[in-house]
Design a protein around this ligand. Structure first.
Ligand code: CAP
Ligand code: MG
Length: 426
């Protein structure tokens, strides 16, 4: 069969000046036995209106919808997409174009979608967070400091009674938030309905005893109708928050949740590493964060720069700025963006964290942070309650401008944590 290729550079237009109605993608293109220009042409055509050969069914009016490669600098390529290509308020639809077939084409050895700039009208079609940073602060009555959270550990296996007890000990010790782990849903050892009732009862009890507002981020990730039923039950039981695994369940599921619940949505990014970690291939965490803010999560795991998970300080800081600020400046790995009326999302620093890390986290990522520790609370030598207190003490010390080394002298829980896990130098 004689291969008839589309005009070699039909989707290349390096004199094109993108308009404010264009969606812009920044790709890193590693071509396979062809030039970056040729491979970029294929990326643009496959992610918009084209395919490997001209088609007789094409109409002239479709041509103006074709994506345009308007900038090529080494392997870094920028492509402009007319926003008419996309359906408003539909993350999956946009991803199916710009992050769809392109990753599997023979034309590339590697393709990384590093960041996306969204046009105003398309952005306005998305709800964004219902609560965001200010909403969480209002619900929990915490004005200024970072929120302290924990994850019930062991992550699976605890029976409901024990799960609720661990949560209670965390709250009375000083945690503001307790969350389920990403892989806890409604397994036999801890069914959702029983867990919701028992743990929210303990949440209220702890709030009453401490005089502080407390929150439970219960994992509702499941088939969509079941997920909505679970979110409704949480509301009935007086819960204020739910948790959703936005990547394993998918953005369409997240959008269903956002449109059908008024509760705060805590977003876990389990599975992100499968496509965000290779700098030459896949979708960056920055793009995941963009879509999470648009779809309407209120809090999102973004990394720590220091704990057990990958993701360096620069990357984490740039993502935190992207989800927390209104006007975003351009950097090597990030496009500028004006987020308009979409509320800021609370960044979550989690993964191998313990009290010793807190000065580093606040210094590098600020106070609008949910600092979360599972092992770093329940692994404390004197147990969960002491572990939670040590986390709180580290936040209090840092917010007061006191070093942990000085503060631990008068705060036993913190001292025991530091002796057990060591003092963090940074
Ligand atoms: C942390 C955690 C979180 C990770 C996710 C875990 O527990 O519960 O899922 O933070 O990573 O299961 O590992 P520990 P990220 O505090 O005991 O480490 O935040 O990078 O998405
Ligand atoms: Mg976890």
């Amino acid at each position: 069969m004689k291969m008839v290729r589309e005009k070699q550079y039909a989707f290349i237009n390096q004199s094109y000046k993108p308009t404010s109605d264009d969606l812009i993608c920044m790709f890193k293109v590693t071509p396979n036995e062809m030039s970056v220009k040729e491979a970029s042409n294929d990326v643009a055509l496959e992610s918009s209106t084209g395919t490997w050969t001209p088609v007789s069914s094409n109409k002239k009016y479709v041509n103006k919808l074709g994506a345009k490669v308007f900038s090529i600098s080494g392997n870094w390529v920028k492509i402009a997409y007319p926003q008419e290509l996309f359906e408003g308020n539909n993350v999956a639809n946009i991803l199916s174009s710009i992050a769809g077939n392109v990753f599997g084409m023979k034309a590339i050895k590697g393709l990384r979608l590093e960041d996306i700039k969204f046009p105003k009208k398309l952005l306005k079609s998305f709800p964004g967070p219902r609560h965001g940073i200010e909403g969480y602060r209002k619900i929990l009555k915490i004005k200024n400091r970072p929120l302290v959270g924990t994850i019930v550990k062991p992550k699976l296996g605890l029976k409901t009674k024990d799960h609720a007890q661990v949560a209670y000990n965390s709250w009375v010790g000083g945690c503001d938030l307790v969350k389920d782990d990403e892989n806890l849903s409604s397994q036999k050892f801890n069914p959702f309905e029983k867990r919701a009732a028992k743990t929210l009862e303990m949440c209220d009890k702890a709030a009453e005893e401490t005089g502080e507002k407390k929150g439970y981020l219960i994992n509702v990730t499941a088939e969509s109708l079941k997920m909505l039923k679970r979110a409704d039950l949480v509301k009935e039981l007086g819960g204020k928050f739910v948790m959703h695994d936005i990547l394993t369940a998918g953005f369409a599921s997240l959008q269903t949740l956002r449109e059908n619940t008024k509760l705060g949505i805590h977003a876990h990014r389990a599975m992100h590493g499968a496509f965000t970690e290779n700098p030459n291939h896949g979708l960056s965490m920055m793009c995941v964060a963009d879509f999470a803010r648009m779809a309407g999560v209120d809090s999102l795991h973004t990394g720590t720069g220091i704990g057990k998970m990958r993701g360096g300080k620069r990357e984490v800081r740039e993502i935190d700025e992207e989800i927390e600020n209104k006007n975003i400046g351009k950097t090597k790995h990030r496009l500028e963006q004006n987020w308009g009326e979409l509320k800021p999302v609370f960044a979550v620093a989690s993964g191998g964290i313990y009290p010793g890390h807190i000065p580093y986290l606040i210094k590098n990522f600020g106070k609008d942070l949910i600092i979360q520790a599972g092992g770093g609370v329940h692994g404390h030598p004197n147990g969960t309650k002491a572990g939670a207190t040590a986390m709180r003490q580290a936040v209090d010390a840092t917010m007061n401008g006191e070093s942990l080394v000085h503060y631990e002298k008068t705060h036993k829980e913190l001292r025991d944590a530091m002796n057990f896990w060591g003092r963090v130098r940074f």
